[in-house]
Design a protein around this ligand. Sequence first.
Ligand code: ATP
Length: 202
Amino acid sequence: MVFIVGLTGGIGSGKTAVSDRFAKLGIKVVDADVCARVVVEPGRPALAQIVDHFGPEVLQADGSLDRARLRQIVFANEAERKWLESLLHPLIFEEMWSQLQSANSPYAILVSPLLVEAGQNAICQRILVVDVPEDVQLARTMARDANSAEQVKAMMASQASRDARLAKADDVIVNDSDLLMLKQRVDEIHHQYLALAEISKQ
Ligand code: ATP
């Protein structure tokens, strides 16, 4: 059974920067966002069920899911959102689980913006939170995505609060300095995880 570290953090906190470094260290990284896209690819049963339920207007011309359109529909309708979540959450979970079980590194990272909110922390032995002060989070996300401060603030407000996330953390990486410091911090925590994964086998 692979030792699973759940990695989470708010928008623009540095999850990708952190998980890229773990991957460079040879650790298997499973991305919940990627899994969420895989389960609705053309040919997957979930896509047919979504089209049956919402109609062909949620498809793009090439037959793939129009994710923006679907988001609009469920954003405006709580019951539809619940319907969609109850269809997709178990499938996403299965996809994550099978990717994690195929890991042949000493431990695996599950990176997810909604790790705690979606209950994915249940399969993790350890929770690692990337934490940044909100002003840094705002500035980095705006620089990366060319979004307005209002748009980024709205996204931040829709996620778990910084305190709520930190309350679930076993380990925290404070990403308020440069990328070199971040790399060093990941390398340090990697050694702790190697040791913990080894202990968990005994
Ligand atoms: P999202 O939830 O939106 O996917 P994320 O948590 O994966 O975001 P990243 O994309 O890793 O966050 O980081 C956000 C931006 O900030 C990126 O442009 C990244 O290069 C930059 N960044 C991350 N950490 C640092 C740092 N320590 N110093 C400078 N820039 C950083």
